[in-house]
Each structure stands twice: as C-alpha cells, then as structure tokens.
Design a protein around this ligand. Structure first.
Ligand code: SAM
Length: 346
C-alpha cells in the first residue's frame, strides 16, 4: 500500500524513533484515544438530550486494534496516552484494556479522563497499574446545578470518586467547563478545593462541540475567568506552565493545589500543540478542530503491515494545520464545528 520512495520512508522512520516533529516543527508525543462514544451523562454542552446515534459495536476499534495502534504510535516516540470517550468506563472490560496498554513498551504515561460515575471500584487497580493521572470532569459543586448541566442525578457518584482519588494519592485534575448563567457561581467554590487538596482545578472555555449544531456565544473567555479569580484572590500568582500545557496555570499563595485556565475556544496554545486524537470510530485527528484526516480503522482492518500504517500516519503528521483556525477552515464538512465531544474524545 505504501507507494512512496522507500529510502525517504526509512529515513523518516529513523528520524522519528526518538521525537516526531510535525510540519510546523512541533514535537508530537501525546495520543488521546476515545474508547467509546457512549456516555452515562448528557451534559448539555457536549451532546443533545435525545436522538443520539451511537456507533454499533463493530464500528469501535477492538482492544486488539487499539493495542496494535498504540504499539505503532509508540514507535514514533508517542509516549503519553490518554483514554477518554464518551465515558471510558461504559466500555465493557475497560480495565483489561488499560492493563494491556500499560504493558506496551514505550507507553511512559497512561492517563484517563472520566466523569467518575463508574470509576470508584476501579481506583485501587488503577493505582496498582500505575495510572499517571486522572482527569475528573466536574462542572459544579452544587447538586441541583450538576443535575441541570448533566441531565442525570449522579452527583454523589462523582463526588465519591473524587474523595477516593484524593485518598489514594493518584494525581487529579478537575475539569470544569465555564458556562454563562449556569455555573459561574462555582468558580470560587471550585478554586477553594485547591486550599487543602493537591489538585489542579482547570476552568475550560466552552467550545461548540455539543452535537447539536448550535453555536454558543463565548461569554466567559479565559480573561473573564481570570478576572473573576483575581477579584476574589488579588494575590493569585501565575506559575510556570508545564511544557505543552494547554492551561495557563496559577496558584493561590498558601493553597496546596493549583488552578488552570484553558482557552479551548480562543485557541491560544496551538503553537505548542503536541497531541493527536483517535476518535471512537477510529479516525485520526491531528487537530481538535479538523474533521478527521485519516481513517485508521479502515487501515487496521485492511490487512496491511504496520509499516504501511506508519507511512500513512507519518504523512498525516506532516500535513498538520498550523492552528485550530486553519483546521476549521480546511474541514471538508464546511458546517461550523458541531460534533459531540463524546465522539471526538474530549
Ligand atoms: N466522559 C469523560 C468525562 O466526562 O470526563 C470523558 C469524555 S468528555 C467528552 C471529556 C471532556 O470534554 C470533559 O472534561 C468535558 O467537560 C469536555 N467537554 C465536552 N464538551 C465540551 C465543550 N463543548 N466545551 C469544552 N469542553 C467540553
């Protein structure tokens, strides 16, 4: 299937064993993989309440396909893997998959993003496997607001998971999407979680990936979120951002944890973006805002060799859009972005 110059291909492969760079000189080392598009919540900013067409099981990558793909990705030096969805724990036997991925040579950090509802019983095993961190989605500390936002009555389950994660010492980031008129009164109470707990609370700009086609107006951008924090905590300090961080990071003096603000809609971090995504249906995205650049599932199922797949991946990695705005302009599906984050893998 690979029909280019084999010498160039081999040279490319050798070059990329340690660090893979895209066509804009950005290192790529982070894969976010959606293991399902199904979710046990219906967060209104992520998906419609009804009429969701879930993928038939045969359209999801199998565990064998996922582990093969992760193995191929690690040969490029991609060493950080995040499993997401949909809700990862809705996928049967997720822990088996996690254990298998953790064993793949070259996987240095394995992370998980979850809403916490089904997570609690698996926390000891996650710890044993050596999960690097868990991102817990929690937009509010108020039970009624939780139900209004998620359209489900699962506040206690998520809070139980938060408590257990804190007890076990697994590094935690809490993700909260900030929405005008919905949870902006939670910004300070959520920031207060960092007083006694070593967590990172990250406030995220709302993006239009809600699966409905409606385009929310961004009334709470990263600047406004910071203004709210500064009003309440005049001494809040900027701290160094980890390499390739999507968040601007802050700390309130004397508090144990930290606060992040993610300009997900404003897209101010594309210049250092080190991440690629594989969606629940097995499509490669080299930018959150593109509409898929390679049908990886079709390749995995076509009987071609790993080297053939690598050649296709390399081509995609070296044709990345400069930023999320260019990716959005280049979409084949010219509608404004409208997919649900649960199919993309948030
Ligand atoms: N079910 C898991 C969870 O809830 O964490 C993983 C999937 S969820 C799609 C991943 C993340 O995407 C969540 O933190 C969620 O808040 C975020 N997300 C979903 N839709 C979003 C949107 N329209 N704008 C910003 N973030 C969004």
């Amino acid at each position: 299937m690979f029909d280019g110059d084999p010498l160039v291909f081999l040279t490319n492969l050798r070059e990329t064993v340690s660090t893979l760079y895209d066509n804009h000189g950005r290192p790529l080392n982070y894969l976010r993989l959606a293991v399902t598009d199904r979710c046990n919540l219906r967060c209104f900013y992520c998906m419609p309440e009804e009429g969701i067409h879930y993928l038939p099981k045969k359209e999801l990558l199998t565990f064998e396909e996922i582990t093969r793909l992760v193995g191929i990705m690690t040969s490029f030096g991609i060493s950080k893997i995040r499993l997401t969805g949909g809700e990862p724990f809705v996928r049967t036997d997720l822990m088996d998959l996690i254990a298998r991925i953790a064993e793949i040579p070259g996987v240095r950090d394995l992370h998980l993003t979850t809403n916490g509802i089904l997570t609690a019983p698996h926390i000891p095993e996650l710890k044993r496997i050596g999960i690097a961190s868990v991102n817990l989605s929690l937009d509010t500390l108020d039970r009624d607001r939780f139900q209004m936002i998620t359209r489900r009555d699962e506040f206690d389950a998520t809070m139980k998971t938060l408590g257990l994660l804190l007890e076990t010492g697994i590094p935690i980031k809490i993700n909260a999407v900030v929405m005008d008129g919905k949870n902006t009164d939670d910004i300070i109470p959520m920031a207060e979680l960092t007083r006694t707990s070593d967590v990172s609370v990250r406030f995220i700009e709302e993006m239009p990936f809600n699966g409905t086609g409606s385009q929310p107006k961004l009334l709470w951008n990263h600047k406004k979120i910071l203004d709210r924090l500064r009003e309440h905590y005049p001494s809040i300090e900027k701290i160094d951002d980890p390499e390739n961080s999507t968040a601007f990071n802050y700390k309130i003096p004397g508090y144990r944890g930290s606060i992040g603000i993610i300009a997900a809609f404003t897209r101010s971090f594309c210049g250092t973006c080190n991440r690629i995504r594989v969606t629940a249906q097995g499509t490669l995205k080299t930018c959150l805002y593109d509409d898929g650049v390679l049908d990886v599932k079709a390749l995995l199922r076509s009987g071609v060799s790993d080297d053939d797949i690598k050649a296709h991946l390399l081509k995609a990695f070296r044709s990345r859009a400069k930023d999320g705005f260019e990716a959005e302009r280049l979409r084949r599906d010219k509608h404004p972005v409208h997919e649900s984050m649960s199919t993309i893998g948030g």
